[in-house]
Design a protein around this ligand. Structure first.
Ligand SMILES: Cc1cc2nc3c(=O)[nH]c(=O)nc-3n(C[C@H](O)[C@H](O)[C@H](O)COP(=O)(O)O)c2cc1C
Length: 175
């Protein structure tokens, strides 16, 4: 193992690719504008109150909408939704991401993805700039769940799902 003050960012990215995650779409809605992006940097922070954290690049288009909205949604994608993950990871105008439907509004008005394994609606608690990212913390104010759905996974830069025998099957990449 090598250690030192200057780890190459690409090497770091490669290593973090070995941290298996789910895949979510983080969304926001403000004054008629919907925005959203694919996110796997997500964690549960506290139970009382229920709180989550997402880490967003500081230059993504969704961030200013989320900030103005004072809230956001998080939809956990199902195994059959890699195309939605690809769509929301594109750097395109936000209308293009929402144009083809496949989403509905939660009780706070934020877009949530149809058929997601679960979806959260959050009130923005804090935003903390950390190097090239913004750590966004939200208190969960609404929950939807689809109990029978299997999750989409992301591992080694590829989408994956869990087979019936419990094995992880790697599929295509995000590109
Ligand atoms: C599997 C996957 C996970 C991603 N996770 C994150 C993430 O955690 N945070 C982030 O800022 N971007 C993440 N991205 C990249 C954004 O989805 C991408 O930059 C998107 O184009 C930003 O959209 P926007 O500028 O319209 O908001 C991820 C992309 C993929 C494919």
């Amino acid at each position: 193992m090598s250690a030192g003050p200057s780890v190459d960012p690409e090497r770091f990215r490669h290593a973090m690719g070995r941290w298996a995650t789910g895949v979510s779409i983080v969304t926001a809605h403000h004054e008629g504008v919907d925005a959203g992006l694919t996110v796997n940097a997500l964690l549960s922070v506290s139970l009382r109150p229920p709180t989550v954290l997402v880490s967003l690049q500081r230059d993504v288009d969704t961030l200013p909408v989320l900030r103005r909205a004072g809230g956001f949604g998080v939809s956990f994608l199902a195994a059959d939704q890699p195309e939605l993950s690809r769509r929301f990871a594109q750097s395109v105008p936000s209308e293009a991401k929402f144009r083809d439907g496949g989403w509905h509004r939660g009780s706070t008005g934020v877009p949530l993805i149809d058929g997601a394994v679960a979806a959260l609606e959050c009130r923005l608690v804090s935003m903390t700039p950390t190097f090239d990212h913004e750590l966004v913390v939200g208190e969960v104010v609404g929950i939807e769940e689809r109990p029978d759905a299997e999750p989409l996974l992301f591992f080694r830069g590829r989408y994956a799902d869990v087979e019936r025998d419990g094995r992880i099957r790697l599929g295509g990449g995000p590109g």
